[in-house]
Design a protein around this ligand. Structure first.
Ligand SMILES: [Zn+2]
Length: 84
């Protein structure tokens, strides 16, 4: 059985990510992301996420998404659980 159960992450989910929970993150910054798509191919405990980091809840860029990164599954779960 896979250690990673499929995560249902609706578009528009707000993810508050701490610096250690996403990559690549060469500047080591926290990031707020408003999800557009989450891809279910785990990479070492991370999932690819596309979304907006520009204006939460009201994207103000012309692109369909403007942020992409690998996010720690545990961080996504914590956000979905509403503990942030
Ligand atoms: Zn954007």
């Amino acid at each position: 059985m896979s250690a990673l159960r499929r995560l249902d992450v609706p578009a528009g989910t707000r993810l508050q990510l701490f610096a250690a929970e996403w990559r690549p993150n060469p500047c080591g910054i926290d990031q707020l992301v408003w999800t557009v798509a989450v891809f279910h191919e785990p990479v070492g405990g991370y999932l690819w996420v596309r979304g907006h980091g520009c204006a939460l809840g009201q994207p103000d860029c012309a692109a369909g998404w403007c942020w992409e990164g690998q996010v720690l599954v545990a961080a996504i779960r914590a956000n979905l659980a509403g503990t942030r």
